[in-house]
Ligand binder design. Structure first.
Ligand SMILES: [Fe+2]
Length: 262
């Protein structure tokens, strides 16, 4: 299996604190059958993204792993104005292994109406945005139809492995199942942070997928699609996303909702 969203680097964000903590995570993933991990530190108002520093830490980790895993570098990219400005200057700084796939994380507090245009604009610039864990975003849990707009526009979707197994509650799990059923999901990833807090969970998620949706879906979401993203290749032909052209339920939109999108 291949992990494309994973806080593996020590001392850079709210992930592992020491090199030994990173190694514990990496070893746990290798033990559950993971072969590749993209380390994706946050880039947001709390955590500064330092590409050179990240590369150096990845290298130190690599030395200790002695080939047990293939590591890559990306970013848990928060869709903020500052980040977008910097992305304009250097796209490869934030994408998975400097190729075209970009993890996109939304704020829990607001997803502005202009987001669709931003995502479209990213694609015009050759990027393939991957919306991360919509099932853990309160705005998207409330209104999953907003995803349809982005999927119609060509965005991809990643859900969290532990959401599938129920660790983030019944609602997140139900939403994952619904999204997978509708073919709106392209990737599963652990989004691991630490062995104690948020450990890797790919094997268990794979088993749930295999049991509920069949082996081919489990392989596609945990292995083939993330591998393509790791190497910057195109995804295989995906099953057609269902119900993305249905009319959204007419929602009552107040003045603030129109502006802030919630
Ligand atoms: Fe993350």
């Amino acid at each position: 299996m291949v992990e494309i969203h994973y806080h593996l680097l020590f001392g850079v964000d709210d992930g592992p604190r020491t090199l030994e903590d990173s190694l514990a995570l990496a070893n746990a993933s290798a033990a559950e059958g993971v072969t590749h991990i993209v380390a994706t530190p946050h880039s947001n108002h709390e955590h500064r993204f330092d590409l050179a520093g990240n590369r150096e830490k990845l290298e130190r980790l690599n030395e200790r792993l002695e080939g047990r895993l293939t590591l890559g570098l990306g970013c848990d990219f928060h869709l903020s104005y500052e980040n977008l400005e910097d992305l304009r200057r250097d796209q490869s700084k934030y994408t998975i292994n400097g190729k075209q796939y970009l993890l996109v994380e939304f704020s829990d507090a607001s997803i502005p109406a202009v987001t669709s245009e931003i995502l479209y604009d990213l694609q015009l610039n050759g990027l393939l945005p991957i919306i991360t864990h919509p099932e853990r975003n309160p705005i998207l849990v409330q209104n999953p139809r907003r995803l349809a707009d982005w999927i119609r526009g060509g965005c991809l979707v990643q859900v969290t492995a532990a959401s599938l197994t129920g660790r983030f509650g019944r609602r997140a799990k139900a939403m994952c199942f619904d999204l997978i059923q509708k073919n709106w999901v392209h990737f599963i990833a652990s989004d691991a942070h630490s062995m104690g807090g948020r450990p890797p969970a790919m094997r268990e998620a794979y088993q749930v997928l295999e049991q509920e949706f069949g082996r081919d879906t489990a392989e596609r979401l945990c292995e083939r699609n993330p591998r393509a993203a790791f190497y910057g290749e195109l995804l295989e032909l995906q099953p057609e996303p269902l119900a993305i052209y249905e009319e959204a339920q007419p929602a009552r939109r107040g003045f603030l909702k129109g502006i802030f999108g919630r």
